[in-house]
Design a binder for this molecule. Structure first.
Ligand code: BGC
Ligand code: CA
Length: 331
């Protein structure tokens, strides 16, 4: 109540029912395995945050991959009385309407995974972002791939001194697509490995789309593809699937590297069908989102004083290959 008593700010949040924290979580789609795994953790963490004084209720919806649709969903959640929003934008360049609506009702927003541009995030002090530094995942993927190639000369199947590669890209315009592609290739080259680019294919983070793209490339190049760098695990697993269905034994396939560290990918690494990934720490991100939501509601400053520029929580990626995959499977 200190805000009201000191009168330093008209703050609607403190006039609502303080015994219940209603958190509205809105993802960009319901079809993204990484986002779903993160959201499941977030729901658990929010629930576990309930104390004897404050009950936390989370409601999860999705924007059906349409920004207009997501804007409307958020408007409904605000009308239904939510206190804090956690938003995984459909279009990371278009949060203006959501920010305006939330601000009118004094509802803080924790954006996650799809990063708004800085000018948008800096518009208001109750806007936050929880995610990673995309560049780090690209560098780590490149390092893991380079090390593997150096230790396994047989990756260069035709022994021409160059590694023929394919890049599977996520959604165009996503911060992770742009930086992962750029830094992964750059890092392999900087490690002294010669690369020959065969094809870059957008597959929207999606396993099925990547499988289709790879089917075409397999009929075009056969065993000529030696390395696949994928912007995420789902697309890497689509590539594994395409080779499996085309009847290639693991020894005839290219080496395949992903990002995320989802269970299916960790199992593929154990089985030798993928050679590495980069762990995108969904447990850490979910916990930080939950803590931040609770803390802004309570008006506390523990988590917030640690944020970069008062706004950003940057989760750390970790390299995964067959030498440490066990550790991640046990999580
Ligand atoms: C993940 C992808 C996911 C995307 C969704 C990325 O950080 O690596 O798996 O599809 O976020 O925005
Ligand atoms: Ca070669």
């Amino acid at each position: 109540m200190s805000f009201a008593v000191t009168g330093c700010q008209q703050n609607q949040r403190i006039q609502t029912d303080r015994d219940v924290l209603r958190v509205g979580v809105v993802t960009y789609t319901q079809d993204d395995p990484f986002i779903n795994a993160l959201t499941d953790k977030l729901k658990e963490d929010l629930k576990a945050m309930s104390t004897k004084d404050v009950k936390v209720i989370a409601s999860v919806k999705n924007g059906d991959n349409d920004q207009k649709n997501q804007d409307e969903t958020i408007e409904e959640m605000i009308d239904a009385g939510c206190d804090v929003l956690c938003v995984n934008l459909v279009d990371r360049t278009a949060p203006a309407k959501i920010i305006r609506l939330a601000r009118q009702d004094d509802i803080p927003i924790v954006f996650f995974n799809r990063e708004p541009v800085k000018e948008d995030l800096m518009q208001w002090e109750y806007l936050y972002y929880v995610g990673c530094k995309a560049e780090q995942s690209g560098v780590m993927q490149g390092e893991t791939a380079a090390e593997y190639i150096k230790n396994h000369p047989e990756v260069d199947k035709n022994q021409d001194g160059k590694i023929q590669y394919v890049l599977l890209e996520g959604e165009a315009g996503h911060q992770d697509t742009i930086s992962r592609t750029d830094y992964s290739v750059r890092t392999v080259l900087e490690a002294g490995i010669s690369l020959e680019k065969l094809s870059y294919q957008f597959a929207d983070w999606n396993r099925g789309q990547a499988e289709n793209r790879m089917n075409r490339l397999i009929s075009q190049y056969g065993e000529g593809i030696e390395l696949i760098l994928s912007n995420n695990d789902e697309m890497a697993l689509g590539a594994v699937e395409a080779y499996r269905k085309a009847g290639y034994e693991p020894s005839q396939r290219p080496v395949i590297f992903g990002i995320d560290g989802l269970d299916d990918a960790l199992e593929a690494i154990e089985a030798g069908e993928m050679q590495g990934t980069v762990y995108n720490d969904k447990e850490d991100q979910a916990l930080q989102i939950a803590k931040l939501a609770f803390e802004v509601f309570k008006g506390e400053q523990q988590v917030r004083k640690e944020l970069k520029e008062g706004r950003y929580y940057v989760s750390q990626y970790q390299q995964v290959d067959s030498s440490n995959v066990e550790e991640f499977l046990d999580r």
